[in-house]
Design a protein around this ligand. Structure first.
Ligand SMILES: [Zn+2]
Length: 281
């Protein structure tokens, strides 16, 4: 790993967002109340109440399972106009830090003078604190990707979800010396109760414009093709330095794809930045 220290890039500190229920959440609460009153007041119409209840929950499931939707709260899927005007593309890297992959990714980013947002898993950061500090020392930022990356994250209750976010937030803040400003749910499956929890923790929710599925696909060409499709300033790209799929030769896909992607972006005259850098005015 290189010991060279890279000067930090201009970053912004986003103001906390007060929580207001999104219209979809408000409507869902009204429907739940309506069903509850209806069941007691007119139980003979139970089929209607059941249909409303099921319909509402089908919509909630869709909101959870479609990572880029805005139904259950604010969701950063593209960069603001100022970043587009500057020709910026944000690179976000999930599921690290990984001692076998993250140092190589950091070296690649240095060689291309690119910056990234590392959405770290709290427990992995606790196991590899030196990597977290190295990420910061190289001028990148650390963001919150939950404490354990639990597959059931989207379907847990309030208290469990609150602890999962808060514990990860305190761990990452303590290790990195910087407070994460963005949160991304495991696999992008967002718990419907998440928004007020993020508001209290001063976190903003971020997903992506496009992803290469580099944690499941081992073919670099296929991953690169997905990331390059309609690539333009303002995009938020998602790749994985943790849990990467491997190529047929056993190489983590991100290491095969990232140099080509960064070369192409540079050739078009665009810049790869962290989310924090992109969000400045
Ligand atoms: Zn993840």
């Amino acid at each position: 790993m290189s010991v060279e220290r890279i000067p930090s890039t201009p970053q912004t500190s986003l103001p906390p967002l007060p929580w207001r229920p999104a219209p979809f959440v408000g409507l869902s609460l009204i429907l739940h109340t309506l069903v509850l009153i209806g069941v007691f007041a007119e139980p003979q119409h139970w089929r209607i109440w059941l249909a409303i209840f099921i319909g509402n929950h089908v919509c909630i499931c869709a909101a959870v399972l479609l990572p880029r939707n805005h139904w259950i709260g604010a969701n950063l899927t593209r960069l603001p106009q100022a970043a587009i005007a500057r020709g910026e593309i944000a690179l976000t890297l999930d599921d690290g830090p990984d001692p076998a992959v993250t140092p190589q990714v950091l070296d690649l980013l240095d060689r291309h003078q690119a910056k990234a947002s590392f959405f770290c898993i709290g427990a992995r950061a606790r196991a590899h604190p030196e990597l977290v500090r190295e990420i910061i020392a190289r001028g990148h930022s650390i963001e919150n990707h939950s404490l354990r990356h639990d597959k059931t994250f989207a379907f847990r209750g309030w208290r469990w979800t609150d602890l999962e976010v808060k514990h990860s937030q305190s761990l990452l803040t303590e290790i990195s010396g910087q407070r994460p400003q963005f949160f991304r749910a495991p696999a992008g499956f967002r718990n419907p109760l998440l928004d007020p929890i993020l508001a209290r923790a001063g976190l903003h929710y971020a997903s992506w414009t496009r992803r290469g599925f580099d944690s499941v696909r081992g073919e670099p060409e296929a991953v690169l093709r997905r990331l390059r499709r309609k690539l333009a300033p303002g995009d938020i790209l998602l790749m994985h330095d943790g849990h990467p799929a491997k190529t047929a030769a056993g190489v983590p896909v991100i290491l095969a794809v990232l140099p080509r992607l960064l070369d192409e972006i540079a050739a078009r005259g665009w810049r790869v930045v962290s989310l924090r850098e992109a969000m400045r005015a």
